[in-house]
Design a protein around this ligand. Structure first.
Ligand code: SAH
Length: 387
């Protein structure tokens, strides 16, 4: 792999925002990039009957099969070429790391051009959540986030996003995360939830991210047949994109990375705040709730002596309550350490007080059960550094 160009990312200067992803070569087109009509056309253009598209979709989205030898319903003559053209390999595994007694697996992937991305599979009671990347790097430059400090390498294609989930499904089918639990050995685990909380700002790669959502929720064999409500789109607060997403008519859950209730601090912690303020982001989140009926989640990384003050909890509670009741809940995340950062997580006492004050204001609040810390797989630790 040494002959591949090394993607170069420049560390952004503080406050710098990067919206336009650098233009780079595109990976080969994949079945998951296309809707059903597009797949049929692509198969026909390769000289095959249109119905082969559905057979290929079944192998990919329902059976999670990638080896042409297992696709015996396709004619042997030309099968390998057809599979190669429609299901090219997009992700090459680089490393796989386990944590939390085998209940968390972080996977590092190499893309066709050498760029690295990560995804994380997490088993919770009754569900498996997969955290996926939408960009290689990120242009949003939040100073407490490892990915943000790396800069933006490029947008992922729809299929590169979807393929992470299919790879997760394949791993589960092969027994990953099953641990010693008898019940899950009998019924293979499924990816039940997907969160766009890996590398990247998915709403800055809007079309590909929304297409990926379609592939995840389209009924099999067109897609994975997941429930939209089990998908979470996390954003720094790109207001026009939040409104656009609300208008798509897909009830995915929205998570807003707020991290401060006041503009002065949020300008520093989440530089996009210099474009859209706290109040503008919260108004957009509320509109999202009104349009979709989905309760919005507010993410708040608790950073010791930076944003964890009692008055900030009160101000956050006030701002959320001012917009209504029952529309929102808060998800504080004790800060995960990142390389070179001087910040640390809030003390347990400060965390408890923060939660208590929000709850006193009538805002449901749950501290996130963060996973994968010791393998740099937790929120904000994904930087895909090869060691
Ligand atoms: N670009 C999206 C997805 C990023 S990751 C977004 O910003 O929402 C998902 C969450 O992890 C975000 O809320 C992000 O702010 C948070 N996060 C980033 N770095 C973190 C860290 N070091 N500790 C805890 N949470 C962090």
């Amino acid at each position: 792999m040494t002959d591949l160009p090394t993607p170069s990312t420049r560390r952004p200067v503080p406050g710098q925002l990067t919206f336009a992803a650098p233009r780079r070569g595109k990976p080969p087109q994949h079945l998951a990039d296309l809707d059903e009509a597009g797949r049929k056309a692509a198969v026909e253009a390769l000289g095959h009957k249109g119905f082969r598209a559905k057979q290929l979709s079944t192998h990919y989205f329902e059976r999670f099969v990638s080896d042409p030898a297992e696709m015996t319903d396709l004619p042997a003559a030309g099968r390998a070429e057809l599979v190669d053209a429609m299901l090219p390999r997009l992700l090459t595994p680089v490393r796989s790391l386990e944590a939390d007694d085998g209940r968390t697996i972080k996977q590092v992937w190499r893309l066709f051009d050498g760029a690295l991305v990560e995804s994380v599979l997490m088993r919770y009671p009754g569900r498996v959540t997969m955290c996926i990347s939408s960009q290689a790097g990120c242009g949003m430059n939040c100073p407490f986030c490892a990915t943000g400090q790396e800069g933006l390498t490029r947008n992922l294609t729809t299929a590169e996003i979807v393929e992470q989930v299919v790879a997760g499904a394949r791993m589960l089918r092969a027994g990953a995360l099953a641990g010693g639990d008898d019940e899950s050995r009998e019924t293979p685990l499924r990816v039940s939830n997907v969160v766009f909380m890996g590398m990247g700002e998915a709403l800055a790669n809007y079309r590909q991210a929304v297409n990926a959502i379609h592939r995840l929720i389209d009924p099999a064999p067109a897609g994975l047949g997941m429930s939209a409500r089990h998908l979470t789109m996390s954003t720094v607060g790109l207001v026009p994109a939040i409104d656009k997403l609300a208008a798509e008519g897909i009830p995915v859950t929205l998570a807003l990375s707020l991290h401060a209730p006041d503009d002065e601090l949020r300008n520093e912690l989440v530089p996009i705040n210099t474009r859209w303020t706290v109040d503008e982001a919260l108004d957009a989140a509320y509109r999202y709730y009104e349009t979709t009926g989905q309760r919005v989640s507010i993410e708040y990384a608790l950073i010791r002596d930076i944003n964890d003050h009692a008055w900030r909890a009160d101000l956050l509670g006030e701002k959320l309550r001012a917009r209504g009741a029952g529309w929102v809940h808060v998800n504080p995340i004790p800060l995960n350490p990142t390389p070179g950062s001087i910040w640390t997580s809030s003390t347990p006492a400060a965390q408890q007080e923060f939660v208590r004050r929000l709850e006193a204001a009538g805002i449901p609040t749950t501290i996130r059960d963060t996973r994968g810390k010791e393998i740099d797989g937790a929120c904000g630790q994904l930087a895909a550094v090869e060691v």
